[in-house]
Design a protein around this ligand. Structure first.
Ligand code: AMP
Ligand code: ZN
Length: 115
């Protein structure tokens, strides 16, 4: 828990969010500025700055984040139509919140390559 981290505070409920899923290790909530009809963020409850800051002990929780992303896509009804799970890692990728999060996006046609 980092006292200066907005997603740590969301994960503990100190800052309210629209919760989609949670378990012991993972928390998922609606993105506040959605870029698609479905846009959910999946985070580890334990603070990790970014994907490139994963350490050995983090691999299981990161795999679990992906698993939860797939579960949410099913729950939101976009598993058949298709969806994208995205991690922005670092400045050039557009990461703005430095607590690891997976974006689950769907419900519209996505462009490729991403902008
Ligand atoms: P990124 O640019 O990959 O770091 O993504 C950060 C995401 O967090 C953006 O899509 C924001 O809309 C979202 N976001 C930031 N603050 C909040 C918040 N308090 N509640 C919900 N979503 C948020
Ligand atoms: Zn954090």
């Amino acid at each position: 828990m980092r006292s200066d981290c907005i997603f740590c505070k969301i994960g503990t409920g100190q800052i309210p969010s629209r919760v989609v899923y949670q378990d012991e290790d993972v928390f998922a909530f609606e993105d506040g500025n959605p870029q698609a009809p479905v846009h959910v963020l999946v985070i580890p409850k334990r603070h990790i700055d970014a994907l490139s800051d994963m350490r050995d002990g983090d691999h299981a929780v990161v795999a679990h984040l992906l698993e939860v992303g797939v579960l949410i896509a099913k729950k939101k009804g976009i598993a058949e139509s298709g969806y994208r799970i995205v991690v922005n890692n670092g400045q050039d990728a557009g990461q703005t919140v430095f607590h690891l999060h997976f974006h689950v996006l769907g419900g519209r046609r996505m462009n490729w390559p991403p902008g």
